[in-house]
Design a protein around this ligand. Structure first.
Ligand code: HEM
Length: 187
């Protein structure tokens, strides 16, 4: 079934509180923050490499992942945060599902990223408490939205896996299951 990424965007925004004002603020500070993101990425990967469960997934591709990751972080300060952004984050989630990355790596990694962004923002804008707090809220909103969407990929993959198991155990054909599901959708 095709995804309704507009609906998922609104759903993710209802939790993350990524308002138009916060989106504009992220883009506004982007010019100053983007050049500093490679440093954050460096530190992020040093931390991941020290976690045995995580380092196993990084072997032989750390340097290319650092580039991918820095580009992704630049996106946090570029916008627009519309259905195309959501679709992209859903696909990023799916890439991680396909390489069998455990789901907790998503929340864990986002926590590490947030810690480093908080330090950077306080260092850069700490003199103006109110402005600093607004930027931090905007960052929390956009990373929260991105995390929610990536985890949605995991959830859907897990449902698809359960369905495969059910079809195998029950011997029911996919066509019959789809017909039944369609017939009972609105009941
Ligand atoms: C906040 C969490 C994370 C974000 C936003 C993120 C972002 C990305 C992006 C943008 C890609 C490229 C997707 C594409 O090809 O279209 C990617 C791929 C990948 N990431 Fe992550 N990542 C995260 C966490 C992690 C962690 C914690 C690990 C491992 C410890 C990891 C390992 C990988 C691997 C193995 C690939 C696939 C590389 C390949 O073979 O092409 N990611 N990630």
């Amino acid at each position: 079934m095709p995804h309704d990424f507009e609906k998922l965007t609104q759903y993710a925004k209802s939790f993350s509180e990524l308002t138009p004002e916060r989106e504009a603020l992220l883009i506004e500070v982007g010019e100053q923050i983007k050049p500093k993101l490679a440093g954050i990425t460096e530190d992020f990967y040093q931390h991941l490499l020290a976690i045995p469960e995580a380092s196993a997934f990084l072997e032989g591709r750390v340097e290319s992942l650092k580039k991918t990751h820095t580009r992704w972080m630049e996106g946090l300060f570029s916008g627009p945060f519309d259905k195309t952004y959501t679709e992209h984050m859903f696909k990023v989630g799916d890439v991680h599902v396909k390489v069998n990355l455990p789901v907790e790596f998503m929340a864990g990694a986002m926590t590490l990223i947030n810690h480093r962004l908080i330090a950077l923002i306080v260092e850069t804008y700490g003199d103006d408490k109110e402005h600093c707090a607004q930027i931090l809220s905007a960052i929390s909103a956009v990373t929260g939205l991105s995390l929610l969407v990536m985890q949605q990929s995991y959830q859907e993959a897990s449902l698809a896996e359960e369905l495969e198991k059910f079809l195998k155990i029950s011997g029911m054909s996919r066509a019959l299951f789809t017909n039944l599901a369609t017939a009972y959708r609105d009941k």
